[in-house]
Design a protein around this ligand. Structure first.
Ligand code: BJ8
Length: 422
C-alpha cells in the first residue's frame, strides 16, 4: 500500500494512536471477511475500499478541500446529505464502531455511556480518525440524550451545527423538522459559500436516490432462497455507503447486483438453502463493528436484512424527484427523513410494523435484536419489539453488548441455541 503517513500527519492525525487503530483493523478484516467462502467477485471493490480506508478516500477529501470544498461529518441518518451535496460539499458518516481512546473520552464523559458516543469522543480527543480530522464541520442532532449532550462537548474541538430532531411525528413536529432542514440548508450555504439552486438540489436528490436504489436492489436480491450474498458483506456495503464517493459507489454496487442476478438464476447462494434466515435489528452497527453478524453467520445462519441505520433505515424511501422548486424539495426531503423509524421517537409504531413485514417479505426464521450497552432507546424499545413479534409468532433473541470481544463466546452459545430452536 502507498505510504500516507505524511498526509495523515499534515491533517493533524496522531500517528502513534493511528498505528494502533490500523493494527486492529486488517487482521480483523481478514478473519471476518476474507475467510468467507464463495464470495461474489464484485466484493473486490469493497475490499479495496477497506484496504484503502484511510488512504485513497482521505486523499480525495483533501483534494476536494484544497480546491476550496468543504467536508461535513454526520453521526446520524437524519442528516440530509442531499443538501450538503447540492452545495458542492462532501458529507461523510463518521463511524465510531471501535473502542479507541476510551481513557481520553472518559475525561470528559461518564464511564457508563454508550460505546458509540465514547468512541467518537475518543476518536476526536485522540486525533485518531483522518475522516474526523478532515471535517470542517460536524452535524449533531437531538436524538438520544447522550449524543445530544456530547455534541456540546464536541463543539469545543470542531464546529458543530445542531439539528433539532423531534421526538414525535405529529403535524407540529413535521413543521419543526421542515424548518430545521431549511435552516440547515442556509447554514450549509453560508459555510460552503455556494448557493443551493433548484438545479443543484434536484440533481443531488437524484444522485442520492441512485445510491438508495442500488442498495434497495441489493436488498431485493437477498429475498431469494438461497440468498446470493452474505449478510456480513451487505453490512459492509451499507457501512461504506456512508462515506464513499456517491456515483462511484452506486456504479460498483449496481455491477455487484448484476453479478448477483446471475447467481440467483443459477441457484447459487452464500449459504445452504436450508440455512436459518435472520433479520438483525437495533442499534446501528458502525464500521468496523461486525461482531454479532460474524457470530451469526459462523453459526450456520444467514442474515437477510438489517433493520438498522446501517441498513434499511438509511436507504428505504426515496425523495420525490419531480418537485419544481427548492421550497418543495426541502419539504420532500424533510418528509422522507422523518419517516425513519429511530427508537428516539415515541411511539415508534412504524418500526414494529416494519419488522413484522420484513419477516414476511424476507422469509425470515427469526429476528435478533442487538443493542449497545447503555443505549436506552433501543434497550427499552426491545420490549415493544418483543411483544409484537410474539403476537406474530416470530422468534426473537435479545442481545446487549459493546465493542469488546470478551462476551463473544457467551453470545455465540446463545445464538447457536436460538438457531437450534427456530
Ligand atoms: S436515526 S438510531 S443513527 S440517532 S447507540 S448514540 S441511540 S445511546 S445512534 Fe442513531 Fe440517528 Fe437514531 Fe439512527 Fe444514542 Fe443508542 Fe448510543 Fe445511538
Amino acid at each position: 500500500a502507498k505510504d500516507y503517513r505524511q498526509m495523515w500527519e499534515s491533517i493533524g492525525v496522531d500517528l502513534e494512536a493511528h498505528d494502533k487503530l490500523l493494527n486492529v483493523l486488517p487482521p480483523t478484516y481478514g478473519q471476518v471477511y476474507m475467510s468467507q467462502e464463495n464470495r461474489p467477485e464484485g466484493m473486490e471493490y469493497f475490499d479495496f475500499v477497506i484496504s484503502e480506508v484511510h488512504g485513497l478516500r482521505i486523499q480525495e477529501l483533501q483534494e476536494h478541500k484544497a480546491a476550496g470544498g468543504k467536508v461535513i461529518g454526520a453521526f446520524c441518518v437524519f442528516v440530509p446529505e442531499e443538501i450538503v451535496r447540492a452545495a458542492g460539499g462532501i458529507c461523510v458518516g463518521l463511524c465510531s464502531g471501535v473502542e479507541i481512546g476510551a481513557a481520553k473520552a472518559e475525561k470528559v464523559l461518564p464511564r457508563n455511556i454508550c460505546p458509540l458516543i465514547k468512541s467518537f469522543m475518543g476518536f476526536k480527543l485522540g486525533k485518531v480518525c483522518p475522516y474526523f480530522e478532515s471535517c470542517d464541520m460536524v452535524v449533531g442532532e437531538t436524538t438520544c440524550d447522550g449524543k445530544k449532550k456530547a455534541f456540546e462537548i464536541l463543539n469545543d474541538y470542531v464546529p458543530v451545527h445542531m439539528m433539532e430532531t423531534p421526538q414525535m411525528k405529529r403535524e407540529k413536529d413535521k413543521q419543526l423538522w421542515r424548518s430545521e432542514v431549511q435552516d440547515f440548508l442556509v447554514k450549509v450555504e453560508e459555510f460552503t459559500g455556494s448557493k443551493v439552486t433548484d438545479t443543484s438540489l434536484r440533481q443531488s436528490i437524484k444522485d442520492i436516490n441512485g445510491k438508495r436504489r442500488a442498495l434497495l436492489r441489493l436488498s431485493e436480491l437477498r429475498k431469494n432462497i438461497p440468498t446470493p450474498i452474505s449478510g456480513k458483506d451487505c453490512l459492509l456495503i451499507e457501512q461504506i455507503a456512508m462515506y464513499d464517493d456517491v456515483p462511484r459507489f452506486t456504479a460498483q454496487l449496481n455491477a455487484l447486483c448484476d453479478e448477483l442476478e446471475v447467481r440467483v438464476k443459477e441457484g447459487k447462494g452464500f449459504a445452504e438453502p436450508a440455512a436459518p434466515r435472520i433479520i438483525v435489528t437495533g442499534t446501528p452497527m458502525a464500521l468496523p463493528n461486525w461482531k454479532i453478524p460474524h457470530i451469526i453467520e459462523t453459526s450456520g445462519a444467514v442474515i437477510v436484512a438489517e433493520e438498522l441505520c446501517t441498513g434499511l433505515r438509511y436507504f428505504e424511501n426515496l425523495v420525490p424527484e419531480e418537485a419544481e422548486n427548492t421550497g418543495q424539495m426541502v419539504e420532500d426531503i424533510a418528509s422522507r427523513y422523518l419517516n425513519i423509524n429511530c427508537a428516539c421517537f415515541t411511539p415508534n409504531e412504524g418500526r414494529m410494523e416494519k419488522l413484522v413485514n420484513l419477516a414476511k417479505e424476507y422469509k425470515a426464521d427469526g429476528i435478533i435484536h442487538c443493542s449497545l450497552a447503555f443505549c436506552d432507546p433501543y434497550l427499552v424499545e426491545a420490549n415493544r419489539v418483543e411483544n409484537i413479534l410474539k403476537e406474530n409468532d416470530i422468534p426473537m433473541l435479545k442481545i446487549e453488548t459493546d465493542y469488546g470481544q470478551e462476551d463473544s463466546g457467551q453470545i455465540k452459545t446463545r445464538v447457536e441455541a436460538f438457531l437450534e430452536m427456530i
